[in-house]
Design a binder for this molecule. Sequence first.
Ligand code: ATP
Length: 138
Amino acid sequence: MAGNIKLEIVTPSKSVVDDDAQIIVAPGTLGEFGVMIGHTPFLSSLKVGAIRYKDKGGTERVIFVSGGFAEVLPDKVTILAESAERRKDISIERAKSAFERAKRRLENEDRDIDFERAKAALERALYRLRILESPQAM
Ligand code: ATP
C-alpha cells in the first residue's frame, strides 16, 4: 500500500522519535510484528529490544526500547517506553559498565540482591550493546 505511517516513540521524559516510516518492526511480547500504513488497529506490550523502521528516504533506523507498549492505528504507531534511545545516542561505555555492574550483582550470590532487577538491567545493557554491534549505520 502506498504512503508512510507515522511513528512516535516517547518516554516519560522526552520524545525520542517523531517520523514517517515505510515499515516499522517492533519486539512484541507475543513475537516480533511489522506494520505499514493501513494496518488493522491493535495494542501490544513490548519486550526489551529494538524498534526498526525504514524512513521515507529508505534509510533503516534502529531504536533501543526497554519494553513498553505499542498502539497501532492505520496511520500511526505510538510507542510508550520507560527508556528509549536512537542507535546513535547509545553510549557504549555506559552500556558496558551497566552490563558489568549487573553481572557482578548476579554473580555475587551471598549478597541480598534484587535478582529480577539485576537481570532486567543486564538485559537492557545486552540489547544496547547488541544494537551497537549490529551492522546498521545509524
Ligand atoms: P544505567 O544503569 O546506565 O542507568 P539503565 O538500563 O538502568 O542503565 P534506563 O533506566 O534504561 O538505564 O535509562 C535511564 C536513562 O538513561 C534513560 O533516559 C536512557 O535513555 C538513558 N540511558 C541508559 N543507558 C544508556 C546508554 N547506554 N546510552 C545512552 N543513554 C542511556
